[in-house]
Design a protein around this ligand. Sequence first.
Ligand code: B16
Ligand code: MG
Length: 217
Amino acid sequence: MIKGFIFDLDGVITDTAASHYTAWKKMSDEMGWDFDHKVNDKLRGISRMDSIQVILDHNTTSLSEEAKAELAAKKNDLYVASLENMTSEDYLPGAKELLIHLRTEGFSVALGSASKNAIKVLKQLNANAFFDVIGDGNSVSKSKPEPDIFLYGAEKLNLQPAECIVFEDAESGIDAAKAGGFYSVGIGPKERVGHADLRFDSMAEATLFEVKAHFKN
Ligand code: B16
Ligand code: MG
């Protein structure tokens, strides 16, 4: 029986991909590196340091760990500054409605995000009250596609993975949910999240009615 929901943040609750893009692009331009939306899409769901590595590999460049950390910090400053413009109007369509519905029906809800800025994003959205547990980039050391962040959420909710549905927009996020024994809902195109148990093109279609009908809760 489904008792809990674990939500990824970026790409499920709100769309921060554009802000991440602008910050990575500025950093790449300063370094004289190539960076475009196709590369940005590969960074969906993966940690900040893994993201730097993807950009370096794309440019067939290597850097010391220290230099990578310095660039990641620089990018993060740009990204965090852009979050000041985020407001409670910036939920993805359908996301807030689903969170409200889950609250009224008494489901347990956790956040399972790779972002170390998740608390700040939730604050900007005024979304804290929708979550019983916050799992973010500071909660576990192994990032998606390892299942640790979702296992952390389920444990804190006092639930088994088989009692939880994970919502994810990243290929690595669906991989992580499957590896942990969770049910999964993919948000996005088939090519990216077609391996989820259930998929919607966007959060607007992901109503509790549709989800319950599929998982026969
Ligand atoms: P930060 P999610 C992920 O969040 C983003 O999708 C990914 O693009 C980003 O690199 C990662 O968080 C780390 O974010 O630099 O803020 O720690 O999708 O897992 O909610
Ligand atoms: Mg995401």
